[in-house]
Design a protein around this ligand. Structure first.
Ligand code: HSE
Length: 400
């Protein structure tokens, strides 16, 4: 089968490398050879062995009847959406690593694929090389999924790990992450939690078989986390991690992306650096966890090529994913109950009067103490803070 790659960046070039390095085993597993014949990119790659395959117009791929499968690794919703839609309508199987596209247009593209009797897969869009989507869609189909909690953003996990181990502040660690290639020049999507929000929206949509809009998910990034927070975290024997949490709540899900303080007993406590992990609880299975490289050229390409092999093997009988466009109303986030760690300028006596307090932590930081509250409904927490005159809460992190 002839294949094309749209977007020859980090992941697209990784896909070409995986296809070439593992060509003979891929041929055996796919039941046919997967031959890269076209690459869509704005650049020419002069002097690169890929140069003769480069085209600049996606229609050259869409209208080429010899190409049966297309990989989309461009990123962003447009023009990826227009291009992918054209490929599916032209009867080509498509796999993508693009979480923005899948979170926004997943249900629609699955329906278009179904209509044209082809597969649309997106294993690499969440957790990079971790096969979490296939796990949810096939291995765990005998279970009611009760919870998915993930560290699904490598950039922020790298930053949290560095801040914890080196005691440096947010700006220093961000600069270091950018210098090392672990954070983009514009890090907004990662550090504000939007990337993780799209990924948990995709996982929740697949479990619920309905559309979860990432805009409906309450999100807090890591930009307010300071080196002081890590001093308290150390005293509490806890780690600070950006978690994406989706918990079944009756017929719907309660979803949130935010930094959390994790105890040593939490399965995600020891997930360090750029690594990702997804903790899944099924009503029959109980607990399980999936760990691996959540980003990077070859790990992500490995997931893309896994989809390619699957699509080639099932080329006459396309893989169908159940994800309806019907929107899922999420549970009220303010009804969730959490223990909170609060840094406050209040005296211990006042803090205890105002917050149902379980523990007071004094790290000797001038003008503040830390408290750990009893479990409080989010709504009640907001009401308590709303009654204060302002400025007394210097920071707040939920406990997990
Ligand atoms: N910026 C993303 C991350 C890349 O850090 O996880 C993979 O989606």
């Amino acid at each position: 089968m002839n294949v094309a790659i749209m977007g020859y960046g980090t992941i697209g070039s990784g896909v070409a490398e995986v296809l070439s390095t593992n060509s003979s085993l891929i041929e055996k597993r796919a039941g046919q050879k997967l031959v890269l014949t076209k690459v869509l990119d704005l650049r020419d790659f002069e002097g690169d062995p890929i140069a003769p395959l480069v085209v600049h117009d996606y229609q050259e791929i869409a209208s080429d009847p010899s190409i049966g499968m297309v990989v989309e690794t461009m990123g962003g919703v447009e023009p990826a959406y227009t291009f992918v839609k054209a490929m599916l309508q032209a009867g080509k199987h498509v796999t993508t690593s693009n979480k923005a596209l899948v979170a926004d247009k997943g249900a629609e593209l699955i329906a278009i694929a179904r209509e044209h009797n082809v597969s649309f897969l997106f294993e690499a869009s969440v957790g990079g090389g971790i096969p979490i989507i296939r796990t949810l869609l096939s291995a765990l189909t005998g279970d009611e999924i009760e919870e998915i909690t993930g560290i699904i953003n490598g950039t922020t996990n790298y930053m949290m790990t560095k801040m914890a181990s080196e005691g440096c502040d947010f700006d220093t660690v961000l600069k270091e992450a950018q210098d090392n290639g672990y954070a983009e020049a514009d890090p907004t999507a990662d550090i504000e939690g939007y990337d993780a929000t799209r990924k948990i929206a995709i996982l929740t949509s697949l479990v619920a078989q309905a559309q979860v809009d990432f805009e409906d998910i309450p999100v807090e990034g890591i930009t307010n986390i300071s080196s002081h927070d890590f001093e308290y975290a150390r005293r509490l024997d806890r780690a600070i991690k950006l978690l994406a949490i989706s918990k079944r709540s009756g017929d719907t899900f309660s979803v949130r992306v935010a930094p959390f303080l994790l105890s040593e007993e939490h399965p995600l406590y020891a997930v360090h650096g750029v690594m990702n992990a997804v903790y899944v609880v099924g009503n029959m299975l109980g607990e399980s966890m999936y760990y691996g490289s959540g980003a990077g050229s070859l790990p992500t390409a490995s997931a893309v090529v896994g989809d390619m092999v699957d699509m080639a093997r099932n080329s006459a009988n396309p893989l169908d994913i159940r994800w309806n466009a019907e929107k899922l109303a999420l549970a009220d986030p303010d009804s969730q109950v959490y223990q909170n760690f609060i840094r406050t300028s209040l005296s211990e006596v006042r803090a205890r009067e105002i917050f149902p307090t379980q523990q007071v932590v004094d790290c000797g930081i001038p003008g503040e103490i830390g408290i750990v509250t009893e479990p409080i409904r989010e709504h009640d927490y907001l009401e308590i803070v709303g009654r204060l005159s302002g400025g007394e809460v210097l920071g707040r992190i939920r406990l997990a």
